[in-house]
Design a protein around this ligand. Structure first.
Ligand code: SAM
Length: 317
């Protein structure tokens, strides 16, 4: 379905939980997450119905996210049922990777086509710091297992944070030499966690180009990342710049939060509830959300935080 600005909305991201086994400082506030009770989050049935409603409006790509989606006890069944919905051509999942050693094979069997793995540093201590206690070895083992399970085109998501990982840009990009993966540097987005980061943390994507002058432009794939490649690499380096070169003009997505709110724009406060609705009712809510999708997400900067009214774990990224 096209929105009123002529954008073809063909991609939905659904968060299946707000909970996470990690607690990344830019994603989850220091006070932690108050776990939602069962009656407050979408059921498996509602998730599948939402995917059916979306597919009936022409949505072809689905991403499952969270919180950490692999913590959800019925995640394999959710993936299997969503992958089978007529019209869904691509099922992707975003994860911190730490459960992949156990689950990568089963996710493939359940019909998950693609994985994005979040990884902000290759230093064990810094990983433990940014994730508030995570173990880098588990995420790296997750990446290795996913590759062994046959996943290709894995995307590593790295949030670029001034004073934390800018010195690791070359090392992280080097992963594209070692593995057949893309590494995508994402500008840190100022969410609703005042004071979590000072303005020096908000780096422009241009830092990556400065740190890696040997990058050459690569063929673009139509996604939000601008793609480059290191000479001889097996994957691309992608730059995602929601702050310094926003891509709202080509935004093709809507989102559903774990508590059943349809968000037409990541950074807008607009939400449409779909909990407890029938397929037809969900479909009308989606039509409304797509029709009224904002033209852009408004100015985002250290001084102008997101108007989403939620932290990222409550949206899904
Ligand atoms: N737990 C999963 C994971 O770690 O990938 C999925 C959920 S997480 C919210 C999805 C993505 O959002 C991750 O790649 C994460 O790095 C990104 N993210 C979270 N907060 C962000 C922020 N403030 N700015 C930029 N990216 C953010």
């Amino acid at each position: 379905m096209f929105d009123k600005f002529g954008r073809n909305i063909n991609y939905i991201r659904i968060s299946v939980t707000e909970s996470c086994n990690l607690s990344c400082r830019y994603c989850i506030p220091e006070r932690g997450v108050c776990p939602k009770k069962n009656g407050e989050i979408l059921t498996e049935e509602e998730i599948v119905t939402a995917v059916r409603a979306a597919a009936s409006l022409g949505i072809q790509k689905l991403r499952i996210t969270g919180g950490e989606p692999l913590m959800k006890e019925n995640i394999l069944s959710i993936c299997e049922r969503c992958a089978a919905v007529e019209g869904i051509q691509e099922l992707c999942l975003t994860t911190n990777g730490t459960f992949l050693p156990k689950m990568a094979k089963d996710l493939r069997k359940a019909g998950v086509h693609r994985l994005n793995i979040s990884l902000d540093t290759l230093d064990r201590e810094k990983y433990a710091y940014i994730t508030r206690g995570g173990k880098l070895e588990r995420a790296m083992a997750g990446l290795e297992t996913a590759l062994q399970a046959g996943y290709d085109k894995i995307k590593i998501n790295t949030v670029l944070i001034g004073g934390f990982n800018e010195d690791e840009i070359p090392g992280l990009a080097e992963l594209t030499m070692e593995y057949p993966v893309d590494v995508r540097f994402i500008e840190l987005m100022p969410m609703n966690d005042e004071g979590a980061f000072g303005k020096e943390a908000f780096l422009s994507y241009r830092k990556v180009l400065q740190a890696l002058p040997q990058l050459v432009p690569a063929p673009q794939d139509g996604g939000v990342a601008r793609l480059y490649r290191l000479p001889g690499a097996r994957g691309d380096v992608g730059l995602i710049s929601p702050l310094n070169a926003h891509f709202c003009g080509t935004c093709n997505r809507i989102r559903i939060t774990a508590d059943g709110k349809l968000k037409p724009c990541l950074h807008s406060p607009d939400e449409y509830s779909i909990r407890g609705l029938s397929l037809e009712e969900m479909r009308s809510q989606m039509e409304r959300a797509i029709r009224d999708k904002p033209e852009w997400h408004g100015l985002l900067s250290a001084k102008n935080p997101s108007r989403a009214g939620r932290c990222m774990n409550q949206i899904g990224g």
